[in-house]
Design a protein around this ligand. Structure first.
Ligand code: ADP
Ligand code: MG
Length: 187
């Protein structure tokens, strides 16, 4: 098929039925805020992605390996026409562009981008699980998510993000302090 035709079809698909997607952002190496800002700027340049809203960026304690620096975490809501696997490929590419080095799992990272929610899709695949299986246990995800869209109903929990946050046990990973709003504009 002609490439301009393909582009037109893609564009109309995007305009008629963009999918609401929430991505988790994390960084605990080097210029953490800089890495998050770069990742957001890269997302913004993607033709098939429109940034809708960005949460506050918060400082949080590490889970998994505790002997590593504090994280900055946030959540960004996007609209996209990319399929889940194309989106995974795109965010992995952005992680590399921002300078993520290969390290142990759950270890320090310059940038981590995770697909938390992709519309109402429920997917279990060796390379991709949606909704992100850990999000419901993590205050550092639910808190910024609930700042953007507290009434979003989780596809498998049948609870809103606000309810999931309120139901977290007290000992669930704590936040240390709220930080600055990111600089990328969503206009
Ligand atoms: P993690 O985010 O779990 O700490 P990585 O960022 O290194 O670890 O990702 C490891 C792999 O997790 C990715 O290569 C990807 O295939 C897989 N994965 C499974 N589900 C998801 C998801 N919802 N979002 C992002 N990656 C996912
Ligand atoms: Mg990840």
């Amino acid at each position: 098929m002609r490439s301009d035709l393909v582009a037109t079809i893609r564009r109309s698909l995007f305009e008629s039925s963009p999918i609401e997607v929430f991505l988790g952002l994390g960084s605990n190496v080097g210029n953490r805020q800089g890495h998050i800002d770069q990742a957001l700027a890269q997302l913004d340049t993607e033709n098939q992605i429109r940034i809708d809203s960005i949460s506050s960026i918060i400082e949080t304690s590490p889970i998994g390996w505790a002997d590593q620096p504090q994280f900055l975490n946030g959540v960004v809501k996007i609209e996209t026409a990319l399929s889940p696997f194309d989106l995974l490929q795109t965010i992995k590419h952005i992680e590399i562009q921002v300078g993520r080095k290969k390290r142990r799992r759950w270890g320090p990272r310059e940038i981590d981008l995770d697909i938390l929610i992709y519309g109402d899709l429920v997917l279990e695949h060796p390379q991709l699980t949606i909704p992100h299986p850990e999000m419901i246990h993590r205050r550092f995800v639910l808190e910024p998510f609930s700042e953007i869209q507290p009434d979003f109903v989780h596809p498998t929990q049948n609870r809103t993000i606000r309810q999931l946050l309120l139901q977290l046990p007290d000992d669930a990973v704590s936040l240390t302090k709220p930080l600055v709003q990111t600089k990328v504009s969503t206009d």
